[in-house]
Structure formats: C-alpha cells, structure tokens
Design a protein around this ligand. Structure first.
Ligand SMILES: [Zn+2]
Ligand SMILES: [Zn+2]
Length: 397
C-alpha cells in the first residue's frame, strides 16, 4: 500500500467538521485518514507533519462525491480502458470531486460488458491516494424506456432482464452500486426487488412511469431518482408523474444537474423547496468533453456538439453535461439562496449516506478518509486532498 508520503497538517483555516464550523482550526492527516481536528491555539506540533502553506481565508469542507458521471477530460467510462479511468481520477479533484461512480450508458451488450469488466477490475485493485477514488459503477441503461431515451442510443434499449443483470454483476466484480432503470417496463419491478435485496440502489430514470407506477416502484425498492426532471414524466395537475412523486416522497433522493442548462434555475429552486437539503444529490452527468474546448465529441457512438457550456446531439437533444461539480455547488448557492452548509449536504453528505459509506466519507471527521476540499472566498476550489495526498492546487500542477 502506498503510504510512504508525509503526514500533512492544515492550520489556521475554517473547517466544517461534523455539521459545525471550527474557526482557526487545524486538521492532522496521516495514513490517508483524518487523525485529529481542533483549534490551532491548542495544536501540539509534531515534527513528522508537513505544514501545508495555504491562505488563512480558506474553508475546508468534505470532498464532493459524484454518483453520476460518465467522463471528463477526453475520457469516458465506456472507453473501457484503465487509462480512461486514470484520466478521470486525475481530472476530477480539480473540481473538488474526491470520489465518484463511473457511469456507463446504453450500448450494445458487448460494449457495456467491456466497460463493466474494466471498471470492476479498476475498483477492486488498490487505488493510490492523490487521485479521486472510483467507488463503484452506476449502470445507466439499457433497461430504460425508449420514450424517454434522451441521449441513450434508442436501438440498444432493452427490457429489464434479471438474468442478464446477474451476469453483469459478476463481470463487474460486484461493484455496481446504482442502476438507472424504467420500472414500468416488463421485468422492471423484478429487477428493482433484486437490487434492493442485494444492497444496490434502484434509481428511476429515463422513464415514462405514471405516479401510480412510481408508488409501486417505491414499494418494490426504488429510492433514488436519476437526474430529476430530465427524461421523465413531468409534473401535471391530473397526473403528478415521476416529478410529482419525487417531490412528495421522502423515500426518494433526487439527483439534480445544476448547470442552469438541464434544469431552469427556478426549477432548481422549486426542487430545493420541495425536497430540502436532505433530498437532493448534486451530480454532473458530465461526458468526455468536460475540461476540453468547444467542438465535436463522441457519446456512445453518437456525434455530440459542445458549445457555450452545452453538449447536444445534432437533433438538439441534450447529451450529458460539461458541468464541474464545484460549479454546481456555486450554482445552487446562487439559484436557491441556500448556504454553503446546505450545498455540502447535497454534494458530499447525502451521496455518502445514500451509498452507505458515510462511516468513511462525506464529512470531515476523525477516522474518516482525508478527502478534503479547500474553497477560497469565492467558493472556488483552491486545493483538493484525496485520501491524505494533495491532488490539486489552483494554478499549480
Ligand atoms: Zn441520463
Ligand atoms: Zn447519465
């Protein structure tokens, strides 16, 4: 195990630890973990710690966890190579993301299988600190509804299939954490029950379900909504749809793409008013063009045009985002007027709890992984530490 890097010490900064701010605080980090947190006035300095010289105006908050991200910086989970995942784990700390679910998309079976084998292997091997950690896989499609395909290639969409899923689970080395599916499709509820019984998250998405069908799906075990509003039945006064169910049912945690493109800022505010800080999980749903220039890119064999902060297919359909999660955090502050503490819930605490890893991630607490983001006074990412090792410094490497 790579632990032969120096223990580090941050001091004199504001720290958001276990739901409260510590002014003029310090954090001792060693062996990838948070060892000690306190007030800098009471710090007893041991020589083994290397003091990181950072501006005292910074705020330390937990690293962001992106449960729905396809790609970044030219790489995509569907490339099915180690290099692609390396590229993502190296690029994401720049936006404050310290762990994520590598997200697949609807494709031919063989291509999905290659991506699952690759990610499953990557996750099962030791992931060195100093990069974002791949926590598992989010399988988006192919078990979705053709009526709500969006950018999922329609010709490869199939009905939920438990036997096929079991095979994939094995190929992925049991690392699948979330499955986005349309529960109203034949076989949908059977797959939902299986996921629930085996500790995986069934997420309703790319779906044409009615409100009644969502209630049935919740009964079967659905507790997550894939990119709320996008590619699902909207709110209607005679048919509340998936959006209505998401608003009314606390059982459902809702992913939200807060780039101001996928969802209108006022609709972000509406979702926030309905779900509160406990009910929303900020995601990027980003594709390979994130961090790159405007131009033409591939998404699941389809040509995607990236221009002015949007990624779309030639017919105008939105095709994933190029949002950085740190920007999503800033956007939700301005769209809803919420405070940074609430944004931290939505970007770090809620995803960690939903994935059942809050015992080791999602907050700055003694004993947890040292996944820490330092924000400057404009809430921009200044530095990111991934499992105890500096992974990004603004203007630095
Ligand atoms: Zn989608
Ligand atoms: Zn997606």
């Amino acid at each position: 195990m790579t632990t032969n890097f120096k223990p580090i010490l941050l001091k004199g900064i504001r720290i958001y630890s276990d739901g409260q701010w510590i002014e003029h605080g310090y954090i001792k980090i060693k062996n990838q973990k948070i060892m000690e947190i306190g007030n800098t006035d009471h710090l007893s300095l041991q020589e083994e710690y290397e003091v990181l010289n950072v501006p005292l105006s910074l705020k330390a908050i937990p690293g962001f966890i992106d449960v729905h991200i396809h790609g970044a910086n030219g790489a995509d989970t569907m490339d099915a190579t180690k290099e692609a995942l390396d590229t993502m784990t190296q690029a994401l700390p720049g936006e404050g993301t310290t762990s994520f679910l590598a997200t697949t998309m609807t494709q031919e079976e063989k291509q999905i299988e290659e991506a699952l084998i690759n990610a499953g292997k990557y996750i099962s091997e030791v992931q060195p600190p100093g990069k974002a950690e791949v926590l598992g896989i989010h399988l988006e499609g192919p078990f979705v509804n053709k009526e709500k395909a969006g950018a999922q290639p329609i010709q490869h969409i199939i009905n939920p299939n438990l036997e096929l899923f079991k095979k994939w689970e094995e190929l992925a080395n049991q690392t699948i954490k979330i499955v986005t599916l349309a529960p109203e499709q034949p076989g949908g509820l059977e797959l939902v029950r299986y996921l629930k019984a085996n500790g995986m998250i069934a997420s309703i998405g790319h779906t044409n379900a009615t409100y009644e069908q969502v209630l049935e799906a919740i009964d079967a075990g659905v507790n997550h909504v894939t990119h709320l509003y996008n590619q699902m039945t909207g709110l209607h006064h005679r048919e509340p749809g998936v959006v209505g169910a998401a608003f009314l049912k606390d059982e459902l945690k809702a992913e939200l793409i807060v780039d101001g493109v996928h969802v209108h800022p006022e609709m972000v505010k509406l979702a926030y008013k309905q779900k509160g800080k406990e009910g929303i999980i900020l995601i990027t749903d980003s594709m390979r063009a994130k961090c790159l220039k405007n131009g033409n890119y591939d998404l699941g064999g389809q040509d995607v045009i990236v221009q002015d902060g949007r990624a779309f297919l030639s017919n105008g359909t939105l095709a994933g985002s190029i949002l950085k999660l740190g920007q999503g955090v800033k956007n939700i502050l301005s769209f809803t007027g919420c405070h940074i503490e609430e944004a931290i819930e939505m970007a770090a605490v809620n995803p960690a709890k939903q994935l059942h890893i809050f015992d080791r991630k999602g907050s700055i607490s003694v004993g947890k992984d040292a996944d820490i983001v330092l924000l400057d006074e404009n809430f921009d990412v200044y530095m990111t530490i991934c499992r105890g090792k500096v992974a990004y410094i603004k203007g630095g490497k």
